[in-house]
Structures are given as C-alpha cells and as structure tokens.
Design a binder for this molecule. Structure first.
Ligand SMILES: Nc1ncnc2c1ncn2[C@@H]1O[C@H](COP(=O)(O)OP(=O)(O)OP(=O)(O)O)[C@@H](O)[C@H]1O
Ligand SMILES: [Mg+2]
Length: 395
C-alpha cells in the first residue's frame, strides 16, 4: 500500500495534491550545511544511539533514518525516504500524526507525538516521537530532527492503571451511593422520633434537655444534607452525558430567581451575560451553576453592595465561563483543596455548607472534557473559571 500524503495547508481532503516521493534509490541528503566529516561523525553517533532518529527537510520529506530505525521497522532507507515511513504508522493514528507533524512544521515548532509504528515482526509498538526544528546559523529553517523511543510497556502499564482506577472509582461510587441511600431510612426514623419527643415531651423538658434535643435534630438535618450532597456527587458519574445546546444565561437567571425568592431581603447586584450558549448536559450544567452561583450568593452575604457576575468568552475550541463575586474570598494557598469533597475554608457557623458542592462541579466540568480553577484573595471576592469544549465529550 502506498500512502499518499499532502501538506495540511494545501488542497481539500477529497482532492489532495500529490507529493511525489523522491525516486527509489536516490541518495540520502546529508544534514544541511554539514561537511563530509561532520556528517560521517553524525551518522556514526546516530547509528550507535539507543533511539530511533529521523530527519526531514523544509519540504517535510524525510531524507534520513538511523540504523536503529531501519532495523526496528525492518525496511530499507529507500522505502522509508520521503513519506515512505508513514506506511508503518498504524492507520488509526496516521491522520493525527500527520496533522501534528504538518502543523508544527508550518509553525516551526517543536512537537511531541505518540503513535503506533509497525515493527519488523509485524507488531505495532507505541512510539514517543519528539521533533525539533533545525535552523541554519543565519536563521533559515532546515527541517526537523526527530528522536523516538518505544513506550509500549509504560503506556500499557499506564492504561492498565487508568482502567483499574476507573473500575475501583466506579465500585466506590456504587458503594457510596448505596450507603448514602440506606442511611436515609434510619435517619428518617431518628428525625421522626426526635420530632415526636419534642412535640409530646417538649413542655416537660428543662433547658438542658431541650438543648440536647435540639442538637440531635440539628445533627440529623446536617447529616441529611450531607447524604443528599453525596448522592448528588455520585450520581454525576452514574448517568450518560446527554449533550445538547444549552443556554446557560437562562439557566443562571432561573437559579438567581430562586435564590432571591428564598432571601428576598437581600439586595444583590447580579449581571448575567446574554446568550451564553454551550454544548452540554442541561441537567448537569444546571447542578454546576447551582453550586457556583449558590456559593457566590452565600459568600457575599456579609458584604454591602454584593455583586455577582456570570460571563463567557469563546476561544480556541472552547468556551471559558467565569462566575465572579465580591464576597468573603479565600486564601489561594488552599485553592486546590476546594475541589475535593468535604474541604471547606470557612467555618460552618460563619457560612453553612457541607463542602461537597465544588467537588460536584469539578466532576461535571471534567465529564464534559473541561477544566475548572479559581482565583481569589481573602476579603476580595472569588472568581471561578471553567471551560467547556465547543463539542462536549463524555470524558
Ligand atoms: N464564592 C466563594 N467565595 C469564597 N469562598 C468560596 C466560594 N466558593 C467556595 N468557597 C470555599 O470553598 C469551600 C468549598 O465550597 P463547596 O461549594 O464545595 O462547599 P460549601 O459551599 O461549603 O458546601 P456545599 O456542599 O453546601 O456546597 C467553601 O466552604 C468555601 O470555603
Ligand atoms: Mg457550595
């Protein structure tokens, strides 16, 4: 099979302009600008190196492969020359491989790629290929030199580890879900009897007894909140991602409306950018915004002129969404912890909560293939940023 290759910036995918490969048997070009002596030295070193080395010119055509490369693929230099090397790349990896190679070449940038390359015995091996652009002393682009190592073992081990972590996480999620679920029934019983005790015996109880009973009921309610949050956290991973166009602006307005209804006395200036439309799961994104706006609402409760803002910008391949407030803020030294369950930077007496909200938000954002981070300082408000790819992926 002959692989036809065309530069990414020319032609259309259906009608690629053909690049003629150098005629079979044509001599390999020496590294540009190299004298015969230095070239011989270079070849000696490259052939003795325990890595696979290739070189191409500014025309993106390869003109050199060291001995370890040729031995690895079990082909001749003539077969590999020009674009011949691409015949050994796994068909599923070729498009990505060429895309990165051509784009990097056009931008004269270093690149790192992993792809499968057919070994002499026919087995595809994972290769880590690092390409570095070369320039003459006058700054003229000379092409690339690339070095490759076989990473099959470490990649297989990593994939295996990832799979095991995913399996264990799913088991833990299922466990957390059923435990949380099963805890609800006895908790309801405690709550029911505590209420009955308060109703029937309350008048007979003295100050201390009343206080104890109240503490039991507070504890029960806090535990119920925790269970609800834990169930929500584990449910984020349990359903399939149903992505569709989702208007975050109107979702945010609905959430803010409910917050205002719950605390009508609060005057909060809320600015929501119009038509923030993203691709995502509406149910999950609502939970994410519920938590972020809920936090902004909660942590601005002690400032005068509270302000909350939701804005978005589109940039390469993704939408960046920001939720900002001018509330209590926090010390950035602990920022990374916030996205772990039960991590709180404020005391419950100061600002209530269970510390599960941001962990849930992070999972939702990650499931969409996005990232989340925060920026803040104590007393200076907080900004939470998250990205969503233009096309949501079930990551
Ligand atoms: N907008 C914010 N301003 C200041 N601190 C914040 C803000 N958002 C989150 N934090 C800090 O991060 C912690 C974790 O937030 P998270 O939403 O996970 O939990 P929570 O709001 O305390 O409880 P809940 O589980 O009810 O959401 C908070 O307790 C608080 O310390
Ligand atoms: Mg919260």
């Amino acid at each position: 099979m002959r692989t036809e290759i065309c530069p990414a910036h020319e032609g259309t995918p259906t009608d690629p302009p053909r690049i003629d490969l150098p005629p079979a048997g044509s001599p390999a070009r020496p590294p540009d600008g190299a004298t015969d002596d230095s070239e011989a030295q270079f070849r000696e070193m490259a052939d003795a190196a325990p890595i696979l080395i290739w070189m191409c010119g500014p025309d993106k055509l390869c003109h050199y492969f060291n001995k370890p490369w040729l031995e690895f693929v079990g082909r001749t230099l003539e077969q590999e020359m020009g674009n011949g090397w691409a015949e050994g790349v796994h068909p599923a990896d070729l498009a990505h491989c060429l895309d990165v190679f051509w784009r990097s070449c056009d931008a004269r940038l270093e690149f790192t790629l992993d792809y499968r390359l057919r070994r002499a015995d026919g087995e595809y091996r994972w290769i880590l290929d690092r390409g570095t652009p070369r320039f003459s002393p006058a700054g003229e682009f000379l092409g690339y030199i690339g070095s490759c190592i076989d990473i099959t073992e470490s990649k297989t081990a990593r994939d295996d580890l990832d799979r095991r972590v995913r399996e264990r996480t799913a088991e833990l999620e299922a466990f957390a879900y059923s435990v949380s679920h099963d805890l609800r029934a006895p908790l309801r019983t405690i709550d029911g009897f505590a209420t009955a005790l308060s109703d029937e015996c309350g008048p007979h109880l003295e100050g201390r007894g009343k206080d104890y009973l109240q503490r039991v009921r507070d504890g029960v309610h806090r535990m119920a909140d925790l269970i609800d949050d834990l169930l929500q956290l584990s449910q984020v991973d349990r359903s399939a991602l149903a992505a569709q166009a989702c208007d975050l602006s109107s979702v945010a307005r609905g959430i803010v409306g409910s917050l205002r209804e719950l605390e009508p006395a609060r005057a909060v200036d809320i600015v929501i950018q119009d038509r923030v439309i993203v691709d995502g799961d509406p149910h999950l994104l609502r939970i994410a915004l519920d938590n972020l706006l809920g936090n902004a609402w909660k942590f601005t409760s002690k400032v005068a002129n509270a302000t909350i803002e939701l804005s978005a910008v589109q940039r390469a391949g993704e939408v960046l969404i920001a939720v900002r407030d001018n509330g209590a803020g926090f010390d950035m030294a602990y920022a990374r912890r916030l996205f772990n369950p039960f991590q709180r930077l404020h005391r419950v007496e100061e600002f209530p909560g269970t510390g599960v909200g941001l962990a849930t938000v992070q999972r939702i954002v990650n499931r969409h293939g996005g990232r989340i981070w925060a920026d803040s300082a104590p007393g200076c408000g907080a900004s939470f940023y998250f990205t969503l790819p233009l096309r949501a992926t079930d990551a």
